[in-house]
Design a protein. Structure first.
Length: 100
């Protein structure tokens, strides 16, 4: 199945809504906190903000007609890859190279 712009848009909106619903609970009063729990909460929030930024970038690519194309080499991103991670900005080959 190919990813149509409409389907991509609804997938991205779904991801965005889920991330926004995960807004962190109010920080427990200062001083009595558990340091490990605090670090975990900070890491979780950083990840959430990072993914929200990826959603915005993906929506921008969609608006520009660049969604589904690798931002690094310009080739099509494999449909399976888009299905697995609609936020992926690059093809599998470029992502693998960057991870080295
Ligand atoms: Zn690429």
């Amino acid at each position: 199945m190919t990813m149509t712009p409409d389907r991509a848009r609804s997938l991205l909106a779904e991801i965005q809504a889920r991330l926004e619903a995960q807004a962190p609970a109010q920080e427990a009063s200062a001083g009595g906190g558990d340091a490990v729990a605090h670090r975990l909460a900070v890491a979780t929030e950083e990840r959430r903000v990072f993914n929200l930024r990826r959603v915005r970038l993906a929506l921008e690519r969609l608006a520009a007609g660049e969604f589904g194309y690798c931002q690094s080499c310009g080739e099509d991103i494999a449909p399976e890859r888009i299905e697995a991670d609609p936020l992926a900005p690059t093809c599998g080959g470029c992502a693998a190279q960057r991870a080295l």
